[in-house]
Design a protein around this ligand. Structure first.
Ligand SMILES: N[C@@H](CCC(=O)N[C@@H](CS)C(=O)NCC(=O)O)C(=O)O
Length: 278
């Protein structure tokens, strides 16, 4: 691993690292915020998954999460959103290829050789974080838009792995909306039945009551993608049917940007802290 950047931040450390990912078969960069130690205890980790066009720096530099993470004693890990490098397949449009990995394992070429973000986020990255940094194995997960979809499927597909999950403006039903349908048809093929394993609404409806974990979703009602791409109420209804403890908050006047995330990230950190430190 190579340390690319380090900054003191709210008495903790904000770092940026490059490492070779065996799962993705390319070099990857992630950011991490390490809070100042509280009572000598190893901090739990909140994984943050970003949206389309992002890398590890969008949340790190725009969300303003470090002050409250330092106060609560939560480490933040910000991975990239896709494999990277000249050898990795790409597309000219922003919603496919680099910056648009959709947190799944692609089965179709030319994507299948590198696009395995699900395995990277689920296995390789936490193993690396827990081996290389002084953190505990208590984990929570959150994300925005495509990353909200990523956080929700990670939680739904891996009972017991995360103590809580949250999302900002998540793509909850990718099999039914243009962003998801485009990505899934390229990465997974045209057989729509195979897409269900990567759709949080389908996963929620198939979930077991004993696997439920606390979930919080914030959605701005001035988000231009709300009606066409996001529709969080569909997941809220599935959660109601399965008695999942999911809170959906509609925030008046807020859009899809990091200004929206910055406005509510403190609530999400305090929500995760309640369950991480239980
Ligand atoms: N129309 C936008 C769609 C992409 C977009 O809104 N990306 C969101 C996530 S879905 C984002 O976080 N962008 C980066 C940023 O705001 O820092 C574009 O073409 O860039």
């Amino acid at each position: 691993m190579e340390l690319l950047e380090e900054h003191r931040c709210f008495e903790g450390r904000q770092q940026r690292w490059r490492h070779d990912s065996a799962v993705l078969d390319c070099a990857m960069t992630f950011s991490i915020f390490l809070p100042p130690p509280i009572d000598g205890k190893k901090p739990p980790v909140l994984y943050w998954l970003s949206g389309l066009t992002c890398n590890d720096e969008n949340f790190t530099t725009k969300a303003g999460a470090q002050r409250v993470a330092a106060e609560l004693g939560i480490a933040l890990v910000m991975p990239d959103t896709s494999p990277r490098g000249d050898a990795v397949a790409d597309d000219a449009q922003y919603d496919l290829g680099k910056g648009a990995g959709f947190y799944l394992n692609a089965t179709e070429q030319p994507w299948a050789s590198h696009y395995r973000m699900y395995d990277y986020i689920r296995d390789e990255l936490p193993a690396l974080i827990e081996a290389e940094f002084s953190v505990s194995d208590r984990r929570a997960i959150s994300g925005h838009s495509m990353g909200g979809h990523g956080a929700l499927i990670m939680a739904l597909k891996n009972p017991g792995r995360f103590s809580s999950v949250s999302a900002f403006a998540p793509i909850v039903n990718p099999t039914q909306v243009p962003w998801g349908q485009k990505a899934f048809s390229h990465y997974l093929g045209e057989e729509a039945e195979k897409w269900q394993a990567w759709d949080s609404c389908a996963l929620m409806l198939a979930s077991q009551a004993e696997d439920a974990i606390p979930a919080l979703i914030d959605q701005g009602d001035a988000d231009p993608f709300l009606a066409g791409q996001l529709q969080p109420a569909v997941l809220a209804e599935a959660a109601r049917q399965k008695a999942w403890p999911l809170t959906l908050r509609i925030q008046p006047g807020y859009d899809h940007s990091y200004y929206f995330i910055a406005s509510f990230i403190e609530d999400h950190l305090r929500f995760h802290a309640e369950h991480l430190f239980r």
